[in-house]
Design a protein around this ligand. Structure first.
Ligand SMILES: Cc1ncc(COP(=O)(O)O)c(C=O)c1O
Length: 440
């Protein structure tokens, strides 16, 4: 990595007052994180004054890139009127109406402040509705920071067991009782998953599913897996909770519209905040009634000082109004152009590799194993080092990508940005291939 004196100086100050130097493990990088100065459209300038095309978009949350004029105008107007009130607002009703009109399975919705909170609230709602304690989730899928959602996020061949996936703690100190309440299923293995779900059906409130889990490889759910979920829901009453925190962008009505399956509840976040902190749970009025405070204490009381924050509501409304079917189709075509170009670059370079994802999301893999789930996508230490080197060369070449090789597109991008990405990627592959030691 090129010398970054400003960032190094900031980091030296940061480590004194924050463990590891920041409050967000995700953005940590050796020898120090990148520090942002400002962004505009799809370009992001760091503290050294270096401008790059941003393919990380605050971890897939900025569908319109940085400082979108319509979002800024809505926010400016709102901050003049006040930013937080001890009262409900019409703004939250307007935004709730917009989202319920878009997503077919949303009859009702409630807002919170992050995707993690949205998943937590969806899980708690499923438990409250069914009066059952357990949840099921897919091995390797990331659903935010709630204890139960974190189980088996990053198991290794040593910990994942020989037969069915085991419940493996992600953080030190996870109570055994949490592990006991989480049933882990393999993604995209419908027969095994169905057998496990049916065996636990009496105690399962819900199965939490991301239809294209990014940490588990950004591999789309197969039609067989989707059909299995429908069948198990119909036969057993286990609720389907979809984590659409990332996948909502895949279709006008979310990933669920694209994959043709309607869950009972969905957790959403990221793009619906227009760049501001957000989360929401949407679903059928019947299940969402657990939040209803009209009769005494609700089955699931749900408060939050900043829930449905007015600034987030207006930013989110502007963001979603500018993300219609035309934008989705245009980004989908750009995503195909990027995936085709990456595949061609791997072919030309002779480096083993492939690309997964759909629409405006893609993930680069530096191996040619058949990909279906978390285990097949898990990188070896050598693959991690090589990918890291490729991504570092890309950042040096003017493309900002995160350490996992997950990229997302934003509406300010056009073919020129995709082609710049591909030119840089070809160069980075060759540089990493020809100087493997330098990548250590
Ligand atoms: C699929 C998925 N679910 C949940 C979350 C948690 O969202 P947040 O970071 O807003 O808490 C994320 C965040 O990356 C995510 O990717």
């Amino acid at each position: 990595m090129a010398e970054m004196p400003v960032s190094q100086a900031l980091y030296d100050r940061a480590v004194k007052v924050m463990p590891g130097g920041n409050t967000r493990t995700t953005v940590y990088m050796k020898p120090h994180p990148f520090y942002a100065s400002h962004g505009s459209g799809c370009r992001l300038t760091d503290a050294e004054g270096v401008k790059r095309i941003d393919f990380t978009n605050n971890y897939n949350s900025l569908i319109h890139g940085h400082a979108h004029p319509a979002i800024n105008a809505a926010v400016r107007d709102q901050i003049e009127r006040g930013t937080a009130f001890p009262m409900a607002t019409e703004l939250e009703i307007r935004f709730a109406e917009l989202l319920c009109e878009r997503v077919a399975s949303f009859e009702q919705i409630r807002f919170c402040n992050s995707g993690s909170e949205a998943v937590m609230n969806a899980i708690k709602a499923a438990r409250a509705f069914t009066d059952k304690p357990k949840i099921a989730k897919c091995e390797g899928a990331y659903h935010g920071a709630y204890d139960f959602a974190e189980v088996s996020l990053d198991p290794t061949p040593e910990s994942w067991g020989n037969a069915d996936p085991k419940s493996v703690a992600y953080t030190k100190g996870t109570p055994q009782s949490v592990l006991d309440e989480v049933v882990v299923i393999p993604f995209n293995k419908p027969d095994e998953a169905e057998r496990i779900l049916r065996a636990h059906a009496d105690s399962l409130a819900c199965v939490v599913i991301d239809l294209m889990p990014n940490r588990a490889g950004l591999i789309p759910a197969t039609p067989e897996f989707v059909e299995m979920l429908k069948r198990v829901r119909a036969d057993t009453g286990i609720l389907l909770v979809f984590d659409e925190v990332i996948t909502l962008r895949l279709g006008f009505g979310g990933g669920q519209e694209v994959f043709g399956i309607a869950p009972d509840l969905s957790a959403i976040g990221k793009i619906i905040g227009g760049g501001y902190p957000v989360g929401a749970v949407g679903g059928s009025a019947e299940v969402m009634s657990v939040f209803d405070p009209r009769q005494a204490k609700p089955l699931l009381p749900h408060g939050g000082t900043f829930n449905a924050n007015p600034v987030t509501m207006v930013a989110g409304e502007a963001a979603m109004q500018h993300y219609g079917r035309d934008e989705i189709a245009r980004l989908g075509a750009l995503g195909d152009r990027a995936r085709d170009g990456i595949t061609a670059a791997f072919d030309e370079s002779g480096v083993p590799g492939q690309v997964t994802g759909l629409q405006s999301l893609l993930r680069i893999h530096v191996h040619s194993r058949p990909l279906s789930d978390y285990r097949s996508s898990l990188m070896s230490p050598q693959e991690k080092t090589f990918l890291s080197a490729v991504l570092r060369h890309m950042r040096d070449g003017g493309i900002f990508v995160n350490e996992r090789g997950v990229c997302s597109l934003s509406t300010p991008m056009g073919e020129a940005e995709i082609d710049a990405f591909l030119t840089c990627f070809r160069g980075a592959l060759n540089a990493a291939k020809n100087a493997p030691q330098a990548s250590e």
